[in-house]
Design a protein around this ligand. Structure first.
Ligand code: PEP
Ligand code: MN
Length: 337
């Protein structure tokens, strides 16, 4: 349930409402908008009688939230969450552009890529140091050494770093190096991991699982929010269907359908969504046209030699060309890039 306070409600009136909620064994979550405060009642699924709450002075109305996610819902917060990313606010007018290799492979590779994407207009650098690979025999990432190289690349270019964390016990270490903690598709429902990143205040880029519904994605976001971390960015990265010409099926619907339900920013990953560099530009342009708040794109200076995801990685010059086209689409939908 959410309790909408009157615009002239006093602090004392709000305090009485919160006290009552806590006496019921539940938690009050405040969303303080410009006009009025919305109090979310968080706790169990037991329904509360709206008329009990509406008796309090200062309360305008009490409405149940029908969706199973609460903190993530637009009812709870009817204005967009802006996730801070090095001066940029993801979810605001400017479309975030996160680019870099699938995996960090060497100092030369990450430095060359970071400088190239920065010049092309990227606002953040991506690069995996801990890689979730389908085969145990595939390259698993450079680990800590990879994180150190990402930090060097940040120092050199000023680009904030987005990198994946795979296990709850790694969160502390990865958070020392990363500006944004990425939760990969395969870990979208690793609830211990969600709780662990929820305990930090680091922005989290939460990828949709390849076999998960949008509602399940929102429920996973709810885990992070429920731990007190409001900085969640959702990511559509393609889902598994019967189609084989592409690695996944880019669910462009998800951008609009998620934004109709949540205040959290939604970004798209056209690299994993298509699996082929040839289709990355089309999917990127479509994502921005559909209202995505950002893109995360794989770029590699020598895709032929990449240790992971070379087939879907853009060469830096192709990425630079794409950025020019993306700006035109962004402008057409009243965004900047
Ligand atoms: C990645 O970003 O390189 C990655 C492994 O993505 P996903 O979790 O979406 O497969
Ligand atoms: Mn990848």
């Amino acid at each position: 349930m959410i309790i909408v306070m009157r615009s002239d409600a006093t602090k004392e009136q709000l305090g009485s409402v919160i006290k009552w909620i806590e006496a019921q064994g539940m938690r009050a979550h405040l969303s303080e908008g410009e006009e009025r405060t919305i109090v979310g009642v968080i706790g169990n699924d037991r329904p509360i009688d709206a008329s009990q709450v509406e008796r309090f002075d200062g309360v305008e109305r009490a409405v149940p939230i029908l969706a199973p996610y609460k903190l993530a819902s637009l009812d709870m917060q009817p204005y967009p969450t802006l996730v801070p990313l090095n001066g940029l606010k993801v979810g605001g007018k400017q479309v975030a552009l996160i680019a870099g290799p699938c995996s960090v492979e060497s100092r030369e590779q990450i430095m060359e890529t970071a400088c190239a994407v920065k010049i092309a207009g990227a606002t953040a650098l991506r690069g995996g140091a801990f890689k979730p690979r389908s085969s145990p025999y595939s390259f698993q990432g450079m680990g800590l050494a990879g994180l150190e190289l990402l930090a060097e690349a940040r120092k050199e270019t000023g680009l904030p770093v987005v990198t994946e964390v795979m296990a709850p016990e790694q969160v502390g270490m990865v958070a020392q190096y990363a500006d944004v903690l990425q939760i990969g598709a395969r870990n979208m429902q690793n609830f211990n991991l969600l709780n662990a990143v929820g305990e930090t205040r680091h922005p989290v880029l939460l990828k949709r699982g390849m076999m998960n519904t949008m509602e399940e994605l929102l429920m996973s976001a709810e885990y992070i929010l429920a731990q007190g971390n409001p900085n969640v960015i959702l990511c559509e990265r393609g889902i598994r269907t019967f189609e084989t010409y592409t690695r996944n099926t880019f669910d462009v619907n998800a951008i609009a359908a998620l934004k109709a339900r949540t205040h959290l920013p939604v970004v798209a990953d056209p690299s994993h969504a298509t699996g082929h560099w040839q289709y990355v530009a089309a999917a990127s342009l479509a994502a921005v046209a559909a209202g995505a708040d950002g893109l995360i794109i794989e770029v590699h200076p020598n895709p032929e030699q990449a240790k992971s995801d070379g087939v879907q990685s853009l060469k830096p010059d192709r990425f630079a060309e794409l950025v020019v086209r993306l700006r035109l689409v962004a402008e057409a939908v009243d965004r900047t890039l």
